[in-house]
Design a protein around this ligand. Structure first.
Ligand code: MUC
Ligand code: MG
Length: 384
């Protein structure tokens, strides 16, 4: 194809609202629906690519919300990219940085659509543009976050029986630390060593609370502890990492966004594992930059999620497939938490592992009818 074939003709973005199968509870509140922003991008050669950025609870997880993502794309990122050569991923990111500070979720959604469109034009899987596939499947975690120990245990039993998940992440931090620890202990007793248990505190504890309660979580059988303290509290994260030694691993999530964050955490030895998420890093290529810092610093990685549909989850799966084998599994279960999806055929889960997809593009086909059905502008729903 000649150079003009790669011209970006048009970029469109919209918010879709899809209910969750049950309330999903976090330290900061509960969600009943997800509202990802879906980007569609057309090239002069006729190819069309899709991208997605999902937040959790509007701007509750970090500063970005579906509305700010849509705004950043429509007003700044789409005009900056339109007319350019879709193949120049890094040049587009540099332009985005020039016209719009921060807003990494928004940037990641447009970059995702660029990668999908170029991969589809070449009829190759996205992983081929990202370094090549090294991993075929990843253990797939499920998050227990109904807020009720009995319901969580029932859910875990179902997942074990169907051979979908045996790695469970418990969301804590909303209740008192003592109540949370008891909840974890009840679930650990019920599972009786048949599953691996991790927790995500989503920044809820201060350093003193972490010092006091983390050892009790470890005693209950928790092997990986995600973001126990505020994102700025790297000192306390580091102390927890040192104090737990080889009894359990500490994972950074909210503290780890940019490659610079990765460098700071690595040089301070402030965690054992990085939770990688395409949205917070600002795209698929920046996810690889953060992962490279993990590798260089002997830090493990985990395939994180912002509870995307099968589109964003498949895109994440493509970049995770190109990384090292020093992983702790992934949690790309977003599609299963939603009552419906926006693609025809979701990724396969077999024997507790997510089978990482091939192409073309991200290897999932977006269903235009379902996109329209859940389109916020058509449903007339208000932000939430
Ligand atoms: C987070 O903070 O990790 C990932 C899984 C889940 O249930 O919530 C997300 C967000
Ligand atoms: Mg987290």
């Amino acid at each position: 194809q000649n150079d003009s074939a790669w011209r970006i003709e048009r970029i469109q973005a919209r918010i879709v609202d899809i209910p969750t199968i049950r309330p999903h509870k976090f330290s900061f509140g509960a969600i009943n629906r997800q509202s990802p922003v879906i980007v569609q991008l057309w090239l002069a050669n006729g190819a069309c690519g899709f991208g997605e950025a999902a937040t959790i609870g509007g701007p509750s997880w970090n500063e970005e919300s579906p509305e700010t993502i849509l705004h950043a794309i429509q007003e700044y990122l789409a005009p900056a990219a339109t007319g350019g050569d879709a193949r120049k991923f890094c040049e587009h990111f540099a332009r985005f940085e020039a016209v719009c500070k921060g807003n990494m979720f928004a940037k990641s959604a447009v970059e995702m659509a660029l990668v999908d469109a170029v991969a589809r034009s070449l009829d190759v899987p996205a992983w081929q543009l990202l370094g090549g596939k090294r991993i075929q499947s990843l253990p797939l975690a499920w998050t227990l976050a109904s807020g009720d120990s009995r319901l969580d245990l029932e859910e875990a039993e179902k997942m074990l029986q169907s051979r979908r998940h045996r790695l469970f992440k418990l969301k804590i931090g909303a209740r008192s630390p003592a109540d949370d620890v008891e909840h974890v202990e009840r679930i650990a007793r019920g599972l009786d060593g048949r599953a691996t248990m991790t927790v995500d505190v989503n920044q809820a504890w201060d350093g003193n609370t972490a010092r006091r309660f983390l050892p009790r979580l470890v005693d209950a059988g928790v092997t990986l502890i995600e973001q126990p303290v505020a994102k700025w509290n790297v000192q306390a994260l580091r102390e927890a990492t040192q104090a737990l030694g080889d009894t359990a691993l500490v994972m950074a999530d909210e503290s780890l966004c940019s490659p610079q964050d990765a460098f700071q955490l690595a040089s301070q030895r402030a965690c054992h594992v990085f939770s990688l998420k395409v949205a917070k890093h600002g795209g698929l290529l920046r996810t690889r930059e953060v992962a490279a810092i993990a590798d260089a610093a002997d830090i493990g990685w985990y395939g994180g999620t912002m509870l995307e549909t099968s589109l964003g989850s498949a895109a994440s799966a493509h970049v995770f497939a190109t990384l090292s084998d020093r992983h702790h599994g992934c949690e790309l279960f977003g599609p299963q938490l939603l009552v419906d999806d926006i693609v025809g055929q979701p990724m396969e889960v077999r024997d507790f592992e997510l089978q990482l997809p091939d192409g073309p593009g991200f290897g999932v086909e977006v269903d235009a009818k379902r996109l329209d059905r859940y389109d916020r502008a058509r449903q007339g729903l208000a932000p939430k």
